[in-house]
Ligand binder design. Structure first.
Ligand SMILES: NC(=O)C1=CN([C@@H]2O[C@H](COP(=O)(O)OP(=O)(O)OC[C@H]3O[C@@H](n4cnc5c(N)ncnc54)[C@H](OP(=O)(O)O)[C@@H]3O)[C@@H](O)[C@H]2O)C=CC1
Ligand SMILES: CC(=O)[C@H](N)C(=O)O
Length: 254
């Protein structure tokens, strides 16, 4: 008899890593998965925020551990996986959520910001897949959920490098999905439009933001809307693969 049958929770006992769990979408996903019974490893750099979230999850009867991790550092990702497995068990679900976005015009040459987006959104996400893939293949089971963006389907002006990083997420996910679909592993891309989080707060290129950020023009998404999409993808029967979910403010379609 499965744990889900006993508890009535759809992800009961599933071991999950959520990167970027210290704010915004990652925090909401971690809470959402925990409320469905998943045991959640919370990863990010700001450990105090992770500790607060762990307390909230435990206060509602859930199970969580905090593991301070910079996902751009391969050794720290290996430790994240090792620690999660030793405390919670083999990893069933990886939510690759950590990411950063800067509005910048290419002509303004914000090279450090280009590099940071590539390091985190591309290399960090790849490091995390590298950390869990071998175990998932050995167990013939697993689900990798990648936070892409509507900017992974269309290049947005003012977000050229960011859009490029999210096209990378899409390309990697499409190829990986075909490599592992016969091995019991699912790969899902979540493609949100504007969501109310701290993501915009990192931008310093005021020219690009003034020209292209339209997030104040309509009611944008809440982090919980994205958490609901992740729960939907991860609670389907084993033979179902939810490959992509494009989720946007109704008034701002791509
Ligand atoms: N908000 C939006 O409109 C949209 C967001 N997305 C995507 O959703 C994801 C989450 O973004 P969102 O919640 O909005 O933004 P936030 O800025 O609120 O969250 C970003 C998270 O990434 C973490 N992070 C940053 N650097 C690192 C690092 N080196 N190692 C580990 N974690 C890191 C941060 O934690 P810490 O600083 O503690 O390390 C934080 O928890 C991103 O991938 C983003 O591209 C996609 C479409 C729309
Ligand atoms: C194109 C976008 O700004 C998108 N909402 C994102 O933040 O990824």
């Amino acid at each position: 008899m499965s744990n889900a049958h006993v508890t009535g929770k759809r992800l009961s006992g599933k071991v999950t890593i959520v990167t970027g769990a210290s704010s915004g979408i990652g925090e909401a996903i971690a809470k959402g998965l925990a409320s469905e019974g998943a045991k959640v490893a919370l990863a990010a750099r700001r450990i105090e925020r992770l500790e607060d979230l762990k307390k909230q999850i435990e206060g509602e009867g859930g199970i969580a551990v905090c593991i301070q991790t910079d996902v751009t550092k391969r050794e720290e990702v290996k430790e994240l996986v090792r620690h999660t497995e030793s405390v919670l068990g083999p990893i069933d679900i990886l939510v690759n959520n950590a990411g950063v976005m800067y509005y910048t015009m290419m002509k303004n040459l914000k090279e450090d910001q280009w590099e940071r987006q590539i390091d985190l959104n591309c290399k960090g996400l790849t490091n995390c897949i590298g950390g869990v893939l071998d175990g998932m293949l050995k167990r013939n089971s697993g689900h990798i959920v990648n936070l892409s963006s509507d900017a992974g389907r269309k290049g947005f002006p003012g977000l050229a490098v960011y859009s490029g990083t999210k096209f990378y997420v899409e390309g990697l996910s499409q190829a990986l999905r075909q490599e592992v679909s016969g091995e019991g592993i699912r790969v899902t891309c979540i493609q949100p439009g504007d969501v109310k989080t701290e993501l915009l707060s990192h931008t310093t290129d005021t020219e690009a933001k003034a020209a292209y950020d339209g997030s104040s023009n309509c009611k944008i998404l809440e982090p919980s809307d994205i958490a609901n999409a992740v729960i939907y993808a991860t609670t389907q029967p084993d033979y179902v693969g939810i490959n992509e979910i494009l989720i946007e403010p109704r008034e701002a379609p791509v």
